[in-house]
Design a protein around this ligand. Sequence first.
Ligand code: ZN
Length: 201
Amino acid sequence: MHSQIMRSAPLGIEEVVVLSGKPSGWIEVICGSMFSGKTEELIRRLRRAQIAKQKVAIFKPKIDVRYSEDHIVSHNQQKIPSIAVKHAEDILKKVGDARVLGIDEAQFFDSSLVDVCRKLANAGRRVIVAGLDKDYRGEPFEPIPQMLCEAEYITKTLAICMQCGNPASYTQRILPSSERVLLGATDVYEARCRNCFEPPK
Ligand code: ZN
């Protein structure tokens, strides 16, 4: 295959020009606070691939069964069938011949996710990873920082501060708890801007 131009991407961000050799895989990361539309954006990209008749597989960590066991669901109730896996390595076993892979709530996987995504991209797959980049303390939420380092394309989604309306990149926990993982939605969290975010003591 020579001089092929692929335009398959969201927001016009990818325009991969393959000058020679085989087409390459790549990694896209969609990250931001809660309520910033990460899952919606992931679903949008996966749907577009499906419309183009590309085989798609979607994974999420088994920990996250807030809304559905076998779908990923955005807060606006868009959904798409998904496979829940306990460990990142399980993705390699279940990926089959899918060309496009979506991974939602990626912050709940351990650091082996980076290696799994690298293997998949090296094998020619398009890997789209969505997750929180910061935890409720405003600290980096591994393995998302490492995924940003590995990715070809990065999209940071912003929410709107629920206190003042400024662009929001922090997730404020509004219930007292020091568990790093506490599942919930607007009952537990608010999107906040940097002025309104109050790190827990
Ligand atoms: Zn604010």
